[in-house]
Ligand binder design. Structure first.
Ligand code: ADP
Ligand code: MG
Ligand code: ZN
Length: 632
């Protein structure tokens, strides 16, 4: 039903080619079978070799029935059909050898291959030529085909799904309720355009889906097509960009032409930021020109829709900030739908969606998984369910158990365990003290997320982890929380120093993260000193090229730069002292917990609390008073 399908063409040249090949082979075969040379070869070649005089004498004595001279070889066949052979010198003729006695009844036959057997002589050559010719032909055809491809570059590479093929429905998209509400309207535009046009309302042409990778933008776009029952043309922005200038624009043209033939339908441009970046300004090289042309073409096509063209262009991006303003103008992608990372409830629903086609044991609590996966997207959660199923299969469970799920959560969020990595006893001890340092300091800091688990089993590049779990999805962070986070991050290094009076490289990532938090507090959130004030320092710059993060341009004085550095340094050292203070005070606990961790390798928060509080504790109860005393 649409123009992009072409029936596979039965190729006549292919048929011809096969014919030629077969006849070439047949000729060679014919030669092998029928050549008299070959037919007698077996007998001739194995013939006993005798001196030439034996043949001339034999001739004189009439011992032979037939003598065959072939080039410089002479074969003599006796009456009993046995053959002997010999060699003559080049240039010696039959008469030189005395084989021309007219009274002798022996047949003397001279086989001159060039003349007598011309046909057979050239047969293999013809066959050979035919085959070489074929190979050359094939090669050329390959080249011609790729040139054809060069000519068809302008054809869009859009994948098209017929109305019936799109099986996705809104029910497959869990959470994202606001986005779905907005999109229900779009479905209605596609289904009942008259309802809107009769009143004189313009149907929006463009819908921009904005959200982090994996939040379900593509899924939602498909669901809209599925609900509306219209074909779905999808293409990624990067596919417009090729090495030749102008190809992108012509692909856009082709795509829209096809879409118009199939209206009502949806055109979905994934990763539109690949072509829709701000024109002019930063950017370099020919690729920029190409993007600009492609973008212009998209805009032209969207402007050119007739009033009643029932096509909705949906586009997805995770970088709305870099999009050209012209794309966002009314009449183009003026509808913007933001898709957030799922919250607690939405995560649960997404997990349920992806548990539908899997065997899950009774009593499994997906809520627990949802609680432990703050910040994960729909795609992450899908992956998580799949990993759980893989664990279950490996362990020969009949269905996915809570244990499989928990291990999968750990694997997806902090990386799989690497039991194979063997640490020396000393390294193991350092790691254990380091992690317990994080745990105790984090536990004592009032604003830190609650402790969840400590482990000294290597994962990814980390030797150990201390895992804190945010209780709630948080959208803002307070200054006290930042400070406590810095303190907790420094707890590892502090423990190393207290116990070993020696420091290792193991804390480099902690230090990096702590410094970044402090720097952001000073530069972005106005949380630092009065001298720095409530000012944002550094200006975000649009990135020059796809894929690079925008850098910060320095728009402040040397003086302020030094103040920022001072603030970062002062905050870090202050918090380091604070962390050391906690650990010195609880040094005995630090030792006890570490010994247990060295035994067990992993420790739940309950085990930690039992030792730390000296009694069994159900769940985290914070010692707020103690933490507060040292708070900033
Ligand atoms: P995006 O296009 O935003 O990068 P996708 O739509 O490609 O993300 O999502 C990838 C996969 O993640 C989907 O195929 C789907 O299986 C899963 N997924 C993402 N969000 C959801 C959701 N809200 N509900 C169910 N599955 C989801
Ligand atoms: Mg996508
Ligand atoms: Zn650490």
């Amino acid at each position: 039903m649409n123009g992009s399908y072409r029936p596979p063409q039965k190729n006549r040249s292919q048929w011809l080619l096969s014919l030629l090949l077969v006849s070439g082979l047949a000729l060679m075969g014919l030669f092998l079978l029928t050549s008299p040379d070959r037919a007698n070869d077996q007998k001739y070649l194995t013939a006993q070799e005798v001196p030439i005089s034996a043949i001339t004498h034999g001739y004189a004595n009439r011992e032979f029935q037939k003598i065959t001279v072939r080039d410089n070889r002479i074969f003599a066949t006796r009456a009993d059909n046995s053959v002997v052979q010999s060699y003559k010198e080049a240039g010696q003729t039959v008469s030189d050898l005395g084989l021309i006695d007219p009274k002798n009844p022996t047949i003397v036959q001279i086989e001159n291959r060039e003349t007598a057997n011309l046909f057979y002589a050239i047969l293999p050559d013809i066959g050979f030529l035919l085959i070489v010719g074929l190979v050359v032909f094939w090669l050329f055809r390959g080249i011609a085909r790729s040139q054809n491809n060069a000519l068809s570059f302008g054809k869009s590479r859009a994948r098209v799904a017929d109305a019936k093929q799109v099986k996705t429905r809104f029910a497959d998209v869990a959470g994202a309720d606001e986005a779905k509400e907005d999109l229900v309207e779009v479905v209605d535009f596609l289904k009942n355009p008259k309802k809107y046009t009769n009143i004189g309302a313009k149907i929006p042409k463009g819908v921009l889906l904005v959200g982090s990778p994996g939040t379900g933008k593509t899924l939602l776009a498909r669901a809209v097509a599925g609900e509306a029952g219209v074909p779905f043309f999808s293409i990624a922005g990067s596919e417009f960009v090729e090495m030749f200038v102008g190809v992108g624009a012509s692909r856009v043209r082709d795509l829209f032409t096809k879409a118009k033939r199939n209206a009502p339908c949806i055109i979905f441009i994934d990763e539109i930021d690949a072509v829709g970046r701000q024109r002019g300004g930063a950017g370099f090289g020919g690729g920029h020109d190409e993007r600009e042309q492609t973008l212009n073409q998209i805009l032209t096509e969207m402007d050119g829709f007739e009033q009643d063209t029932n096509i909705i262009v949906m586009a997805a991006t995770n970088r709305p900030d870099v999009l050209d303003v012209a794309l966002l103008r009314p009449g183009r992608f003026d509808r913007r739908i933001f898709i957030d990372k799922p919250d607690l409830n939405a995560r649960l629903k997404i997990l349920e969606v992806h548990a539908r086609n899997k065997k899950v044991a009774k009593g499994v609590k997906l809520e627990d998984v949802s609680k432990q996966t703050v910040g994960l997207t729909g795609a992450d959660l899908e992956n998580l369910m799949n990993e759980a199923a893989i664990f279950a299969a490996k362990r020969k469970h009949a269905a996915i158990t809570q244990e499989d799920l928990n291990d999968s959560v750990e694997k997806v969020t902090i990386g799989g365990e690497r039991k194979s990595r063997k640490l020396s006893q000393h390294e193991k001890e350092i790691t254990a003290y380091h992690e317990v340092g994080h745990a105790i300091v984090g536990h004592l800091c009032e604003h830190s997320d609650p402790l969840h688990k400590i482990s000294i089993v290597s994962r990814g590049s980390a030797l150990g982890v201390t895992w804190f779990l945010p209780q709630e999805d948080q959208y803002t962070t307070s200054k006290s929380k930042f400070i406590d986070e810095i303190c907790g991050l420094l707890g590892g290094r502090a423990a190393e120093e207290i116990i070993f009076n020696e420091i290792t490289t193991g804390a480099s990532n902690d230090i990096e993260r702590a410094s970044a938090i402090a720097r952001n507090m000073a530069m972005r959130y106005g949380m630092a000193s009065p001298e720095l004030g409530i000012v944002a320092y550094g200006e975000r710059q649009g990135s020059a090229y796809a894929g690079t993060d925008p850098s910060l341009a320095r728009n402040y004085s040397e003086d302020k730069a030094r103040q920022i550095d001072d603030y970062v340094r002062a905050t870090i050292s202050e918090q380091y002292e604070r962390a050391k203070g906690f650990l010195v005070k609880y040094k005995k606990k630090l030792e006890e917990v570490t010994q247990e961790l060295l035994q067990e390798e992993t420790m739940s928060v309950e085990q930690f609390m039992e030792i730390f509080e000296g009694k069994p504790v159900a769940r985290i109860a914070k010692k707020k008073d103690e933490a507060k005393a040292d708070n900033v």
